[in-house]
Design a protein around this ligand. Structure first.
Ligand code: IPM
Ligand code: MN
Length: 368
């Protein structure tokens, strides 16, 4: 029997609702796999934590994450107006999420952009553009670049307000994420799109040099270099041309949301954030305060993040595959939540019902 300790950071907005479904799934996975035992540890994170303790990432939460085998995070953040009730540095993005990424050096962010052919109706793209379906792995560097560079703001000698933010990478930081991307490419179609802006940014010039150096260690992988703005266009025009895409932090933030856009919703975007010792898993979407508490948020991104955790942190590849398949078959049977589906013929269910349906499908699948 192996026991895995999981810190649960439900967070704000729809976070607690979708986390509840993730826990439901974890309980079922535990039942189905007698050799594993999950020890779940619910802790405060984000705005909820700030209002309860005065810190968005309290010491108790840090301690729970430190001892966890993996961290499962919901969503954080408040609406624009409510955010103002929290001092800028304690706002959940700056006060909790970025410190979480930094604490565990989760440099490799995996954001699958996946839509099987049968679910083409979710996407705003024409079926002819989607072709055989969309299956892209966006790999985003997560602890460097503009997000973590030096920042300064003030008033200059002319009395004008100014701001300065530094985009910094060293070669080791670049190399480690590039290697992850090549390794992932080796397990897929062996075509790697390297996303850059070397016609303007020096950081991209260095980035591309490292890609070229590392490509010598992966002769089987074909590297295709593409400017970030062009990549944004091709994601809409021909998403099928991409398999693995690798990019720096800010580019990855933007293109991964565009990935959600071409699927039809960020609700279809789970993610994994991998560090050298510890990883955490989260939906790529925000806390959707506008629909919080209504029971209509789709838990796909959250449950998909559980699937990524099973695979990447606990070596449960088979069960992770089962879980993906279970979610796809719920959609294939025509069920959806109203946040996701504009299709009127969809059989609309609540967050909780969607979680239940996933469990019904999962329960049918053999574990061995
Ligand atoms: C994401 C989010 C975060 C980011 C925000 C909430 C800080 O948009 O995970 O993509 O920009 O990285
Ligand atoms: Mn984002």
């Amino acid at each position: 029997m192996t026991t895995y300790n999981i810190a649960l950071l439900a967070g704000d907005g729809i976070g607690p609702e979708v986390m509840k479904e993730a826990v439901k799934v974890l309980n079922l996975v535990e039942q189905r796999n007698p050799e594993v035992n999950f020890e779940l540890n619910d802790v405060l994170f984000g705005a909820a934590a700030y209002f309860a303790t005065g810190s968005a990432f309290p010491e108790e939460t840090k301690a729970a994450c430190d001892k966890a085998d993996a961290i499962l995070k919901g969503t954080i953040g408040l609406n624009h107006e409510d955010s103002k009730k929290i001092p800028v540095d304690e706002q959940p993005e700056r006060g909790a999420l970025l410190p979480l990424r930094r604490r565990y050096n989760t440099y490799a962010n995996f954001r699958p952009v996946y839509l099987p052919k049968g679910l083409a109706h979710f996407s705003p793209l024409k079926e002819s553009v989607i072709g055989e379906g969309i299956d892209i792995m966006i790999i985003r560097e997560l602890v460097g670049g503009l997000y973590f560079g030096e920042k300064e703001n003030g008033v200059d000698e002319n009395g004008k307000r100014f701001v300065r933010e530094v985009l910094e990478y060293d070669e080791d930081q670049i190399r480690q994420i590039i290697r992850v991307a090549f390794d992932v490419s080796m397990t897929r179609k062996k075509v790697l799109h390297n996303i850059h802006k070397s016609n303007v940014l020096k950081s991209s010039v260095l980035w591309n040099e490292i890609v070229e150096e590392e490509s010598k260690n992966y002769p089987e992988v074909e590297v295709k270099n593409i400017l970030v703005d062009a990549a944004a266009t091709y994601l809409c025009l021909n998403p099928a041309m991409f398999d693995v895409m690798v990019m720096e932090n800010m580019f990855g933030d933007i293109l991964s949301d565009q990935g959600g856009g071409i699927l039809g919703s960020l609700g279809l975007m789970p993610s994994a954030c991998k560090g050298p010792e510890k990883s955490y898993y989260e939906p790529s979407h925000g806390s959707a305060p506008d629909i919080a508490g209504k029971g209509i948020a789709n838990p796909y991104s959250m449950i998909g993040s559980v699937a990524l955790m099973l695979e990447m942190s606990f070596g449960m590849e088979k069960e992770a595959k089962n879980l993906w398949a279970a979610m796809q078959s719920v959609f294939a049977k025509g069920y959806s939540t109203s946040d996701l589906s504009k299709a009127t013929e969809a059989n609309l269910v609540s967050t909780e019902e969607f979680g239940d349906l996933v469990c019904v499908e999962l329960a049918k699948m053999p574990t061995a």
